[in-house]
Design a protein around this ligand. Structure first.
Ligand code: FAD
Length: 451
């Protein structure tokens, strides 16, 4: 396609690939970005034309400590706004409707004590594993032999609290507790600063969002730098037997570059044929660490009917559908929004229902949660990320038992001219936009420091 030899070819135009592109371009390197999809943004995907205001179908929230993401977005001229709604959260669990003013389950609630102590215990395990090299932590082998479901059975007694632990894994990772390695779950919590931080809006991972939508970050980088960003370029092979590296697409195009950044999840990378074959640990990682399963539902109403009862709009439902719901109205919107996440085993069950049953089930859930029949729903959208061919699921990769101790640092180890980005490769906030930005910038820095 081009006889030009680029300093760097970045494969994947998600936020990690675009963050890498910006850093390299700022460092005066010639860069081409190759993207399989017909749009940039990857697991961020914004529509500016939905009724009531822009909608993010994928990644959206900014955590309080997401400094790299915030700095990048602000440098592109974007603005943030608070995602925190005041009021009382609702838990639907084990047939009960429990109210949690300002997000705190009152001490008088029967399961409050074990809820608190068991989540503290989980944080202790996470601390003991750490985020830098969890596979070297003292109990790594034992924890990696165990799935999270077994840990819950051994460490939690109250059935309601067990249910809440299962809900947390499905909602955060998009996989069932019985599928996920306990070592991975402990590492994931550690690198995200604790389980409370993962689940919280107030001061946690769901603290703010971007006015106008998250995909503007990737779009603005693509537009502003005058970069070569080639969409509809599904890379099928990367050959590093000589210099330059030869990159080919499934539709017959070829690019030459001195360095390559693979800016995607391990399972996405597994669809690319590498010559010579990747080292054993990296191959195993790409084969054995799948993408999780997540659907995101956006509902818009004329009025925030839940607010008249001082409810925040946050619902933790492990009875009806298995939704984790947050309020989602931005100051620039002309409608009141609720956003539901259905992950892992809950998503699998939900996906088997008809479209009309899914929608009516969601409205019945709101009725029970808010103790009022929802009225004036005028927008309803579902994005099931398992149906996105170039993401293959979401929100993030998970590790089944045995994978982390077998593959160790293969997530982020470079191999000659091949460097790995993608949120999964980040040391901190892996799985999040912040991790995407950090991993892209780290891969770019590694290349910049070579010459
Ligand atoms: P990706 O965005 O997956 O980018 C990889 C790119 O590579 C894609 O564009 C893909 O099309 C492309 N690609 C794949 N294969 C090929 C190929 N062979 N050739 C060329 N291109 C290829 N994070 C948060 O911080 N806050 C949130 O609120 C949040 N909510 C989320 C909600 C949902 C429903 C989902 C799905 C994710 C959410 N996340 C959230 C996670 C966040 O979106 C991701 O961590 C982040 O976008 C990952 O970026 P990335 O660049 O690492 O990977």
């Amino acid at each position: 396609m081009s006889s030009n030899i680029f300093d760097v070819a970045i494969i994947g135009a998600g936020i990690s690939g675009m963050a890498a592109a910006k850093k390299l371009s700022d460092g005066q390197r010639s860069v081409v970005v190759l993207e399989a999809n017909d749009r940039v943004g990857g697991r961020t995907w914004t529509s500016a034309t939905e009724p009531g205001g822009p909608v993010d179908f994928g990644g959206m929230y900014i955590g309080e400590t997401h400094s790299h993401l915030r700095e990048l977005g602000l440098s592109l001229g974007l603005e943030t706004t608070s995602a925190v709604a005041q009021g009382t959260d609702v838990y639907l669990v084990n047939g009960e409707r429990v109210l949690a003013p300002d997000g705190q389950i009152p001490a008088s609630v029967r399961f409050a004590q074990e809820f608190s102590t068991s989540f503290s215990l989980l944080n202790d395990v996470a601390d003991s594993v750490g985020w830098e090299s969890p596979w070297d932590s003292p109990r790594a082998d034992d924890l990696d032999r165990m799935n999270v479901g077994s840990w819950i059975e051994s460490n939690v007694t109250n059935p309601v609290v067990k249910q809440l632990h299962h809900h947390a894994v499905n909602s955060v990772l998009g996989a069932s507790a019985n599928e996920v390695s306990m070592l991975y779950w402990a590492y994931y919590i550690s690198q995200c600063e604790g389980i409370e931080s993962l689940l919280a809006t107030r001061g946690g991972a769901q603290n703010e969002w971007w006015v106008g939508g998250t995909a503007q970050i990737s779009n603005r980088i693509a537009d502003s730098l005058g970069l070569d960003v080639l969409t509809n370029f599904p890379v099928s092979s990367v050959n590093v037997t000589g210099d330059p590296v030869v990159i080919r697409s499934g539709n017959g195009n070829e690019i030459l570059a001195r360095n390559v950044i693979i800016a995607m999840s391990p399972t996405n990378a597994h669809r690319i044929q590498f010559t010579p074959q990747l080292p054993e640990a990296r191959s195993q990682l790409q084969m054995r660490a799948p993408m999780a399963r997540m659907a995101k539902v956006v509902m818009r109403f004329k009025d925030a009917f839940w607010r008249s009862k001082n409810l925040s709009g946050v619902v933790m439902d492990s009875d009806e559908i298995g939704v984790l719901m947050f309020p989602g109205t931005k100051p620039t919107d002309t409608a009141e929004t609720l956003i539901g996440f259905i992950g892992g085993e809950y998503r699998d069950e939900w996906a088997l229902k008809s479209a009309s049953d899914r929608k009516s089930g969601m409205l019945e859930l709101l009725h029970r949660a808010f103790d009022e029949e929802p009225s004036d729903l005028f927008y309803y959208n579902e994005t099931d990320w398992t149906h996105q061919p170039w993401a293959q699921g979401g929100p993030v990769t998970f590790f089944p038992p045995g994978v982390m101790t077998a593959t160790r640092s293969a997530l982020r180890d470079s191999i000659g001219p091949i460097h790995f980005a993608g949120t999964e490769a980040s040391l901190m906030w892996s799985g999040y936009l912040e991790g995407g930005v950090r991993s892209g910038q780290a891969a770019a820095n590694a290349i910049l420091s070579k010459s």
